[in-house]
Design a protein. Structure first.
Lengths: 468, 275, 451
C-alpha cells in the first residue's frame, strides 16, 4: 500500500485520529460578510445537482408520497378508472345498498332499434351487414350478449373478423358493466342514465367504491406500528447490523494490525485477498458462497469427511444461515475497516513503537497501549459509516439466503424490497413497501445528522480562499 | 513495520486460518473452471478446457460476447458520466463560492452513506416520466447518479489537496478561473480521476439490481443478469463448472484492472460506498 | 339510447378501415410475448405463438393478403422477476402484447387496467376454443368476463416411493391400492407421517428425508389447507374465506412432521435443484410436486422407470373435516392493454391458434402438463403418453383452482408467512394463525370472511 491515502480523497484517515473541534476560524470569518456567488461554480455544479435532484431527491419525495397511499399492483401507480363490476355490485349489496338500484346498474340488454343502427352506421359498420340486422333482428329480444353475437354470426354478410363483429355488436349493447370510465363524471352520468332516481349520496358511495386506483391512507404506518412481525424484523435487522459491524471492525482491525507487522510482500497477499470480495461482482460473489456452503459444496463435503453433520449450511439451519449471512456481508466490509485502520496506523509516529521495543514491550503491549488508543476515531468512523450502509443493504442477503430458512434471516431493507417489488405471488404493495423504505430514510437521516456532528463537519467545508 | 524482536510466523498462521474460506472460494473458482471433479470428491482429477466452450459456442448459454459488449458500454459510459460530473462538481465544491454550499456538502455526505436502492420504485417512476424506463441510457444515468455523491466527495478531497499557490499563480498570469481549472488544476488531480474512473468501472461492471429491475428485456442484458440467469438450477445444462468459468470470465477484466491500479484503488476504497 | 362503451368509435373506424380498404397492402405487426416460470422443457409456451404466427401468415396469404408478424419472445425462469417486470412495463406502457402467467394474476391486473378481456376479441363458440374444458375457461374468467385463454393445466399430486413403501412392509397390491384409499379418505396425512417415520426407523431413508414437501411458496400449500377442510372462497358470494380451524390444523401438521423428524424445521426456502436430485436418486419416501416435474426428473436428473419406482395420488385428507384433493394452477394467455386494438386482435388470433390441440399437445407432453381441451385426447402424441393420460384421469376430475380475486395475493402472502413462522418454530401455531389473521384483516378488511 502506498502512503498517499492521507493526502488523497475519501475520508482522510489521519484526520480521524483527533476528536472534533469547533468550527474553524475560516468559517467564523465567512459568517461576517456574504461573498460574491461564483457563476462558474454554479455552472460546474449544476450537472451534479441536476442528477442528484432527479435520482436522489425526487425518488425520496415520491417514496414519501407513496407511503401515504394504498398503492399496489392492483391499483396501479398512475391512477385508476371507475368500473362497475358484478363483484362490486355484490359487495355493495352486502354493505346495504338498495338492491333495486344495483339491479338497474347491473342490467345488460341488447337493443336493436333505429337509433342503435344509426349509431353503428355512423361508426362505419358495413351497410350490407346493417341492412341485414335491420331486416332480421329489429326489435328482437336477446337474453345475453352471447346470444346476440350468435344471431349476428348467422347473418349472411357478417363481419369475418371476430374482433370486428364484436365491435359492431357493442353498438347495440346497453350496459355499464365492466366498462372502464376514465373520469368520475363519465361514470356518474352512466349511473344516472341507468338508475335515474338514485340518491346523490348512494351514487357517490357507489362511485367511491368503483374506483380502481389508489387512495390516500395512513394505514401503512398504522400496520407497521401494530403488527408483531415488525418487532421481529427490527430485532433481526439490529442483530444483523450489530454482529456484522462487530465482524467488520474486529477483523478489519486484526487485518490492519497484523499486516502492519508483516513483511511487505506477505502482508500484501492478505490485503489483496480480503479486498477481492469488495471488487467481485455481487452476483458472482453470492454464487461463490452458494457453491461453498450448499449441499454438496465444499463445506458440506468437508464436514462429511471429518464426520460433522453435512447439510446445506446456507439454508439448513438458523444458526448456520445467520453465520453465513454475516460472513458474506462481513467479508465485504472488513476490507473497508482494514484500509482505514492501516492509514491510521501509518500515521502513528514510528519512534513510539521503536522506543517501546527498546523498553522490551511485547507485541500485545504495543497493540494495547500504543496502537489501540489511537484507533478510537477510525473505529468510531467505521462503525458509523458501516452501520448506515448495512442498514440499507440487502442485495447480498437477497441473493444468498433470501431471508430463509423460513423467514428467519429477513431484514428490514430486504422485506421492504420484497413487499414493494419482488415476491412470488406478484402481490406488489408499492405503498406498504414505500412506507418501510421511508422509515429507513428517516433512520438514515437521523443517524447521518448525529454522525456529521461527531466528525467535525465544519472543517470539511472550509471556505474557498479565492473569491472571484 | 518490521523488527527482529518478534517472529512473524504465528501471525501468518492465524491470518491464513481466517482467510482460508476466501482463499478456497477464489482458488476453486479458478481451478474448477479448468478441471473436472468426480461426483462426491473434493479434489479434481483431470484438466480440461471444455467449460470454456461457451466463449465460442453460442448454443451453450447464448452469445456471451454481445452481453460482454453491453456491459462494457454500460460501465464505460457510466465512468464517463461520473468522471465528468464529479470533476466539475468536486471543483465547484472545493474551490468556488456557492450559496448553500455547506448544506449541499452535508447532503452529499448523507447520500454518500445512504444507498438509495431502497427507493427504487421512486427511481422507476422518474425514469418512466423521462421515458427512459427499459433503456440502457436510463440505467446508466441512475447508476451514475448513485455513484455521484461518492465521486464528488472524492474529487473534492483531491482538489482540496492541490496547493492554492498553483491557482493563484495562474490567475495572476491573467487566465480566468475556468482555464486555470482546465489547464492547471485538472492535471494535478489526474491520479484521483484515474482512481475514481477505475472504481466506477468496477462498480458499474458488477451492478446487478438496477439493470434487472429498470431494463428487464434481453436486448440490454448485462453480464451480471446473464450470469444470474445461467446459474438458475432449473435448466437442462445446469453445470457447476460452466458457471464458474462464466463467473471467472466475468471477473477477469476487473481482476486485471485491480492488479494494475491496485495502489491507487486502495486510497479510494477507504472512502468506499458499501459495507 | 345506445351503448355506453367508450372504447369503440375510434377503434372501430380504424379497424374497419384496415380490414376493408387495403386488402392488397402488406400489414406488418410485431407481437411481443413474455412468459414467467418457464424453463427448458416449457419453451412451447412462447414457441407456440411463433408457430401460430406462421399459420396466420399462411392463412392470410391464401386469402391473397400479405401479413407479416414478427414475434418477440422472452421468458423468465422465476415468477418474482417476471411479475415485477410485467407490472412495471405495463405502468410505463411497454408491456408485451401477450402475457403468459398464472391465472391468479388476472384479478389484480384486470383491476389495474393492464389487460383487455380476451372475450372481446375471440369467439369461444368456434374451434379450437369450443373444445376447451369449461372449468379451465372458468378459471380464466374474473368478475363476469373471460380474460384469458388457458395455456396449460396441471395438477400437484402426492408421490410415494414404491421401493421404500415395500421396505416397510407394503405389498405390491397394497401400494397399488393406496391411491384409491387416499381418494376415499381412508389414508390420511397423519397415516402418511407414520409411514414416513417407519421408513426412517427402518433406515431406508435418511433422517429428515422421509417427507419432502415443496421447498418454496406455491399453490401447493393451499392443498394442505383443503386437506384439513379449509375453503379458499365462498362459492356463493365470491368472498375469500379464512378458516381458522383448517389453518391451525394445517400449520400443526407441518409442525408435527418437523417434530417427528421426517422433515427439518428449516426446510422451507431450500434448493430446488437439490430437491430434484434427491427425488431422482430415490432419497425421499413421500413428497409432493407437480405433474410437470416428472419430465424434469427424467430430462435433467436422469430418473428412469418412473412408473416402477413411484406411485402417485391426490394429496391425502388431513382429518375428518377435509378431503383428498389436488390443485390445478393453469397458466393463461392474456392480452395486454398495450398497443393498438389491431395488434391486440392479432395477438388474440395468435393465442387462439396456439390453443389448437396439436400445438398445445407439444407443450403438454414435453413439459408434463395436462390437456386444456377435450380434443387433445385424440391427438396421438398426447393419447400415447402414459403419464399425460393417467394423470389426466386420476387427478384432473378432483382438481380445483385457487380463486381469481384481486385480494387473494395478500391472503396468500399471509398464509405462507404464518406457515414459515410456525414451521421454523419462530412462533407457536396459535400465534402464527393469529398473525396471519391480523394481517388479512388489516389488508382486506371486510373482503374476507373469518371462520
Amino acid at each position: 500500500m502506498t502512503d498517499t491515502a492521507s493526502s488523497s480523497g475519501g475520508i482522510r484517515p489521519d484526520a480521524l485520529v483527533r476528536p472534533a473541534d469547533p468550527a474553524s476560524d475560516l468559517e467564523k470569518a465567512a459568517l461576517k460578510g456574504r461573498p460574491k456567488v461564483s457563476l462558474l461554480g454554479l455552472g460546474m455544479l449544476s450537472p451534479a445537482a441536476v442528477l442528484l435532484l432527479v435520482f436522489f431527491f425526487a425518488p425520496v419525495v415520491l417514496t414519501t408520497i407513496f407511503s401515504f397511499t394504498n398503492m399496489t399492483s392492483a391499483t396501479g401507480i398512475s391512477g385508476g378508472a371507475y368500473v362497475l363490476s358484478p363483484n362490486l355490485l355484490r359487495e355493495l349489496e352486502r354493505s346495504g345498498v338498495d338492491s333495486d338500484t344495483l339491479a338497474a346498474l347491473g342490467t345488460e340488454s341488447v337493443v336493436v332499434d333505429q337509433e342503435s343502427i344509426a349509431a353503428a352506421r355512423a361508426a362505419g359498420v358495413e351497410e350490407d351487414f346493417l341492412e341485414e340486422i335491420e331486416d332480421d333482428l329489429l326489435g328482437v329480444d336477446f337474453d345475453s350478449k352471447q346470444d346476440f353475437e350468435r344471431a349476428l354470426k348467422d347473418l349472411p354478410s357478417h363481419l369475418r373478423r371476430t374482433r370486428d363483429l364484436k365491435l359492431a355488436a357493442d353498438h347495440f349493447l346497453v350496459s355499464a358493466l365492466n366498462t372502464r370510465f376514465a373520469t368520475r363524471a363519465e361514470a356518474s352520468d352512466a349511473i344516472s342514465a341507468l338508475a335515474p332516481d338514485i340518491a346523490p349520496g348512494t351514487r357517490d358511495r357507489i362511485l367511491d367504491a368503483s374506483y380502481t386506483g389508489w387512495v390516500w391512507t395512513t394505514e401503512n404506518f398504522r400496520r407497521l406500528a401494530t403488527q408483531p412481525e415488525t418487532l421481529r424484523l427490527v430485532l433481526n435487522t439490529f442483530f444483523y447490523v450489530a454482529v456484522t459491524l462487530a465482524f467488520n471492525v474486529l477483523v478489519g482491525l486484526f487485518l490492519a494490525i497484523t499486516v502492519f507487522y508483516l513483511p511487505k510482500g506477505t502482508g500484501m497477499v492478505f490485503s489483496v485477498l480480503w479486498l477481492l470480495p469488495r471488487i467481485t461482482p455481487v452476483v458472482l460473489y453470492a454464487i461463490m458462497w452458494k457453491w461453498f456452503t450448499w449441499d454438496g459444496g465444499f463445506v458440506a463435503s468437508f464436514a462429511d469427511l471429518v464426520g460433522l453433520p453435512s447439510f446445506n449450511y446456507m439454508k439448513g439451519s438458523v444458526p448456520t444461515a445467520w453465520t453465513i449471512v454475516i460472513l458474506v456481508n462481513g467479508c465485504i466490509g472488513a476490507s473497508f475497516g482494514m484500509i482505514l485502520f492501516s492509514g491510521a496506523l501509518r500515521s502513528i509516529p514510528m519512534q513510539q513503537l521503536w522506543a517501546s521495543e527498546v523498553d522490551g514491550a511485547s507485541r500485545w503491549q504495543q497493540v494495547r497501549y500504543i496502537i489501540l488508543p489511537q484507533m478510537r476515531w477510525p473505529i468510531l468512523f467505521v462503525t458509523c459509516y458501516q452501520s448506515m450502509s448495512l442498514l440499507s443493504s440487502y442485495e447480498q442477503i437477497w441473493l444468498t439466503t433470501n431471508g430463509g430458512p423460513g423467514n428467519t434471516t429477513m431484514v428490514w431493507a430486504l422485506e421492504s424490497f420484497r413487499t414493494a417489488l419482488s415476491n412470488y405471488t406478484g402481490n406488489l404493495q408499492y405503498g406498504q413497501g414505500a412506507a418501510m423504505a421511508l422509515v429507513l430514510v428517516i433512520v438514515g437521516l437521523v443517524l447521518s445528522i448525529i454522525f456529521l456532528r461527531m466528525f467535525r463537519f465544519g472543517e470539511l467545508v472550509e471556505k474557498p480562499k479565492i473569491e472571484f | 513495520m518490521q523488527t527482529k524482536n518478534f517472529a512473524s510466523w504465528p501471525i501468518v498462521l492465524v491470518l491464513t486460518a481466517i482467510s482460508l474460506p476466501l482463499a478456497i472460494m477464489y482458488a476453486s473458482l479458478v481451478i474448477d473452471s479448468f478441471t473436472n471433479t468426480p461426483a462426491g470428491a473434493v479434489l479434481p482429477n483431470e484438466f480440461t478446457l471444455e467449460h470454456w466452450a461457451f466463449l465460442v459456442d453460442p448454443t451453450i448459454t447464448g452469445n456471451v460476447w454481445t452481453v460482454t459488449f453491453n456491459t462494457l458500454i454500460f460501465a464505460f459510459t457510466m465512468v464517463v458520466v461520473v468522471l465528468s460530473v464529479s470533476a466539475t462538481g468536486g471543483y465547484a465544491m472545493s474551490r468556488l463560492n456557492l450559496p448553500y454550499r455547506r448544506f449541499f456538502l452535508a447532503g452529499i455526505l448523507v447520500m454518500h452513506a445512504f444507498p438509495s436502492v431502497t427507493l427504487i420504485i421512486g427511481v422507476f417512476l422518474v425514469l418512466q416520466f423521462a421515458g427512459l424506463y427499459d433503456t440502457l441510457i436510463g440505467v446508466i444515468l441512475v447508476k451514475a447518479a448513485l455513484t455521484l455523491p461518492f465521486g464528488v466527495w472524492i474529487m473534492k478531497g483531491f482538489y482540496d489537496a492541490v496547493p492554492w499557490e498553483i491557482e493563484m499563480a495562474g490567475l495572476q498570469d491573467g487566465a480566468d478561473r475556468f482555464t486555470v481549472w482546465r489547464r492547471l488544476i485538472l492535471p494535478q488531480v489526474k491520479p484521483g480521476l484515474v482512481a475514481l474512473g477505475v472504481f466506477a468501472f468496477i462498480d458499474g461492471w458488477g451492478e446487478f439490481l438496477l439493470p434487472r429491475i429498470l431494463a428487464p428485456t434481453t436486448e440490454f442484458q448485462v453480464l451480471s443478469v446473464y450470469l444470474n440467469n445461467v446459474s438458475v438450477p432449473d435448466s437442462v445444462d445446469y453445470d457447476f463448472n460452466l458457471f464458474k468459468s462464466v463467473g471467472l470470465f466475468y471477473t477477469l477484466p476487473i481482476l486485471i484492472l485491480f492488479i494494475v491500479f491496485q495502489n491507487r484503488l486502495m486510497n479510494i476504497f477507504g472512502g468506499g460506498t458499501k459495507g | 339510447m345506445t351503448t355506453m362503451k367508450r372504447k369503440i368509435t375510434v377503434a372501430m373506424a380504424a379497424a374497419l378501415l384496415s380490414a376493408t380498404a387495403v386488402a392488397a397492402q402488406a400489414e406488418d405487426y410485431t407481437i411481443t410475448v413474455w412468459s414467467g416460470g418457464t424453463g427448458d422443457t416449457s419453451h412451447y409456451r412462447v414457441d407456440a405463438i411463433e408457430m401460430a404466427a406462421d399459420l396466420l401468415e399462411r392463412e392470410a396469404a391464401v386469402r391473397g393478403e400479405e401479413l407479416n408478424i414478427t414475434v418477440e419472445k422472452q421468458v423468465w425462469s422465476g415468477w418474482d422477476d417476471f411479475k415485477q417486470a410485467v407490472t412495471l412495463a405495463a405502468e410505463s406502457g411497454t408491456a408485451p402484447n401477450i402475457i403468459v402467467t398464472g391465472h391468479e394474476d388476472i384479478g389484480p391486473w384486470a383491476q389495474a387496467g393492464i389487460l383487455r378481456p380476451v372475450e372481446d376479441y375471440v369467439d369461444f363458440d368456434v374451434w379450437p376454443l369450443n373444445q376447451l374444458y369449461d372449468n379451465l375457461v372458468e378459471v380464466s374468467s374474473y368478475d363476469g368476463q373471460i380474460w384469458g385463454i388457458p395455456q396449460d393445466a396441471e395438477s400437484r399430486p402426492f408421490f410415494m416411493s414404491r421401493a421404500h413403501l415395500a421396505e416397510i412392509g407394503y405389498s405390491e397390491d397394497e401400494i397399488d391400492a393406496l391411491p384409491s384409499q387416499i381418494e376415499a379418505g381412508e389414508y390420511t396425512l397423519y397415516d402418511m407421517l407414520e409411514d414416513a417415520e417407519a421408513m426412517q426407523d427402518a433406515g431406508v431413508v435418511e433422517a429428515g428425508m422421509a417427507f419432502a414437501p415443496r421447498v418454496s411458496n406455491g399453490p401447493d400449500y393451499w392443498q394442505f389447507y383443503q386437506s384439513f377442510g379449509g375453503e379458499m372462497v365462498d362459492p356463493e358470494s365470491g368472498q375469500l374465506i379464512f378458516d381458522r380451524q383448517a389453518l391451525t390444523d394445517m400449520y400443526q401438521f407441518f409442525v408435527d412432521a418437523a417434530e417427528m423428524g421426517v422433515v427439518p424445521a428449516t426446510y422451507l426456502g431450500g434448493d430446488w435443484d437439490e430437491w430434484h436430485r434427491n427425488v431422482a436418486a430415490g432419497s425421499y419416501g413421500m413428497w409432493h410436486g407437480g405433474t410437470w416435474h416428472k419430465s424434469q426428473w427424467e430430462n435433467q436428473f436422469e430418473l428412469t422407470d418412473f412408473f416402477d419406482k413411484i406411485a402417485f395420488s391426490l394429496i391425502p385428507a388431513g382429518n375428518e373435516n377435509g378431503r383428498a384433493n389436488t390443485i390445478t394452477h393453469p397458466l393463461v394467455y392474456l392480452i395486454s392493454a398495450t398497443g393498438t386494438d389491431d395488434e391486440a386482435a392479432i395477438a388474440a388470433e395468435l393465442i387462439t391458434i396456439a390453443s389448437e390441440p396439436r400445438i398445445n399437445s407439444l407443450h403438454a407432453v414435453e413439459s408434463g402438463h395436462l390437456a386444456i381441451g377435450e380434443a387433445q385426447a385424440s391427438v396421438p402424441l398426447y393419447a400415447n403418453d402414459r403419464w399425460s393420460t393417467e394423470a389426466t384421469e386420476a387427478l384432473l376430475p378432483h382438481a380445483n383452482a385457487i380463486p381469481n380475486n384481486a385480494d387473494f395475493g395478500a391472503y396468500w402472502d399471509a398464509m405462507y408467512q404464518g406457515l414459515e413462522a410456525a414451521w421454523t418454530g419462530t412462533s407457536s401455531v396459535e400465534d402464527a394463525v393469529n398473525m396471519a389473521q391480523a394481517q388479512v384483516e388489516a389488508d382486506l378488511g371486510d373482503g374476507i370472511i373469518i371462520r
